[in-house]
Ligand binder design. Structure first.
Ligand SMILES: [Zn+2]
Ligand SMILES: [Zn+2]
Length: 322
């Protein structure tokens, strides 16, 4: 019997019973469901942010295709129109699919109500085992899991809750979120280049015959597109770099704020970190938001933590479980 090295803190419990593994039931999605089937967080702020994102993407599609691509077709620059039309709309499609996948992917939530006295008794854990419990979900909290107050669930390897995707970025959907930032940054850069090219091309002619619309409307649409492109490019490039560094260093946004002493797991850095998020085999599918990452032997999602994160409300458990 391993004696505990220190007394339990408020949200820890020592279980003094025999060893036994337990079967876990399917994860209960709770209220975060759409049509009773798909993961969708019912947060009004997140839903508004998502709609706003979609409207801005719709505007970019309209401005690029109607003002810039149409103008290229009108001046018989067919090759330019086709290449840029396919590239821009292809990036939009990839970004939209990545967005939908991030919004509607369960981020890696932890089963609720697994830390009731009865369930803990059923576990028959090894003597001296320390487990962490989230008092809000009443769940046994795996290592690196954190509680999200918007999703109202504990999420494994939670990075942060992003209102632009109305979801937590966690173990199960980080790939889609990274791809979303990558494709939005790429299409924004493409839109910026196209807009500047259009201005250079048309400014001498005072935009006469430059698009199907009248010159003032074209200029206003292009200025707004340039402004939107710059804003999105900066925002998503920063997000992409932050995410990439977090994956490369195997440290989530929350963990970066914690001291290294609190870290009890083995960090899997660099390419190993990328493989943990995007899948075992490095391939072109890493860039495809339709394909879910494939893992030959993913870590068991439910592990007992032995650290105190001091994150949640203090709700002492009764340690006298026999
Ligand atoms: Zn929780
Ligand atoms: Zn969340």
């Amino acid at each position: 019997m391993d004696a505990p090295s220190r007394p339990p803190r408020d949200n820890e419990v020592f279980i003094s019973v025999g060893r036994k593994s337990t079967q876990w039931s399917r994860v209960d999605y709770g209220n975060n469901l759409c049509f009773g089937r798909y993961w969708f967080v019912r947060d009004s702020c997140g839903i508004v942010c998502c709609i706003f994102t979609w409207l801005l993407i719709a505007y970019a599609i309209f401005a690029v295709n109607v003002v810039i691509i149409n103008s290229a077709i009108a001046r018989a620059a067919i090759y330019f129109a086709w290449c840029n039309g396919i590239l821009f709309n292809g990036l939009v499609l990839l970004a939209v699919v990545s967005h939908v996948r991030t919004v509607m992917s369960e981020p890696g939530i932890v089963q609720k109500n697994t830390a009731t006295d009865e369930r803990i008794r059923e576990l028959e854990l090894a003597p001296g085992t320390v487990i962490m419990r989230c008092p809000k979900c009443v769940c046994i909290k795996p290592e690196r899991a954190h509680h999200c107050s918007i999703c109202k669930r504990c999420v494994r390897k939670m990075d942060h809750h992003c209102p632009w995707v109305n979801n937590c970025v966690g173990e199960n959907n980080q790939k889609y979120f990274v791809l979303f930032t990558l494709y939005i940054a790429s299409l924004s850069l493409h839109a910026i280049i196209l807009t500047i090219h259009q201005f250079v091309l048309c400014v001498d002619k005072e935009f006469a015959g430059c698009s199907a619309m009248n010159p003032p409307t074209s200029i206003i649409l292009l200025i707004f597109l340039l402004f939107e492109g710059l804003l999105f490019f900066l925002f998503t490039t920063i997000m992409f770099c932050t995410q990439f560094c977090a994956i490369w260093n195997d440290e989530t946004g929350i963990e970066q704020l914690q001291s290294s002493k609190e870290r009890t797991w083995q960090r899997r850095k660099r390419f190993h970190g990328l493989r943990v998020v995007f899948g075992d085999q490095c391939s072109i599918w890493w860039l495809c938001p339709v394909v879910a990452p494939r893992f030959a032997g993913r870590d068991k999602p439910y592990q007992y933590s032995v650290v105190d994160t001091e994150e949640h409300a203090r709700e002492p458990l009764r340690p006298e479980i026999t």
